[in-house]
Design a protein around this ligand. Structure first.
Ligand code: HEC
Length: 224
């Protein structure tokens, strides 16, 4: 029944408007007027959008180092920096702490006291940033070289045991050979903490009984 009713309405509509406005095989055929209205809508929408953007984009302000006649002395939009200005957070005045060197010489002593907290921090940072390649014990057999990356050297060699601590700081800061730098991810204090932990790892394989304080030696013997 419903089908018939629909059929009748369709026929009535066909008589009223003619075939051109009825559903065609490819969807609804639109009159020229409809198309024109939509076109005008689209155009005004685009104009509205670009109109807003222009105002926000081209502001009358100038960029800091842009050429400008505003100040007579330097012909720039900004003032020159007063001599010896240091940006906040960039006062790297402790050469040993920030470079691991004095002049061109790598330092052999830590530039701060090594504490238990520092070692803990170093262990945590080492396990995050270095162990994937160097392995938890520093043997150079981490998961990444096991999957094909060039294997790093073991820390337990005479060369690296006797290397100055500044060397470890320097390698973290600038990278070494195929190892990329970590300066952007590991801040200076953490680099020293990692260096201290590497020293602890090295000592764990190369300690003599005389390195253990007298009072603790008995404990080791009991453990044996
Ligand atoms: C993506 C792997 C990878 C990571 C992560 C990595 N290293 Fe290395 N590291 C290497 C490789 C490979 C070498 C050997 C580079 C060469 O000789 O070309 C190396 C070498 C070294 C050396 C020895 C330099 C020398 O004198 O031979 C030290 C020290 C070192 N890395 C410390 C670190 C520390 C500390 C970290 C963490 C902050 C770290 N590495 C993170 C791959 C890595």
């Amino acid at each position: 029944m419903r089908g018939n009713a629909e059929h009748r309405t369709l026929n009535a509509e066909r008589r009223r408007v003619g075939n051109s406005r009825l559903p065609s095989a490819f969807g609804v055929r639109r009159s020229t007027f409809d198309v024109l209205t939509q076109f005008i809508f689209a155009i005004s929408f685009v104009f509205a959008l670009t109109g807003c953007r222009r105002d926000m984009f081209s502001q009358p302000s100038e960029k800091p180092l842009e050429r400008s006649a505003f100040f007579r002395d330097n012909q720039m939009a900004s003032r020159p920096l007063p001599a010896h200005t240091v940006a906040r957070g960039q006062l790297n005045d402790d050469e040993a702490f920030y470079t691991g060197k004095i002049g061109t010489h790598l330092i052999t002593q830590f530039p701060m006291p090594v504490t238990r907290e520092m070692l803990r921090r170093g262990q945590q940072r080492f396990d995050i940033y270095c162990a994937p390649c160097h392995g938890r014990t520093g043997e150079g057999n981490g998961m990444i070289p096991q999957r094909g990356y060039p294997a790093p050297p073991s820390y337990h060699t005479d060369r690296l045991r006797t290397a100055p601590v500044g060397h470890f700081f320097d390698v973290i800061t600038h990278g070494y050979g195929v190892m990329y730098p970590y300066a952007s991810r590991v801040e200076p204090a953490d680099r020293w903490a990692i260096a201290a932990y590497i020293r602890a790892l090295q000592l764990s394989r190369d300690a003599k009984i005389t390195d253990v304080p007298n009072d603790d030696r008995a404990q080791l013997e009991v453990a044996k």
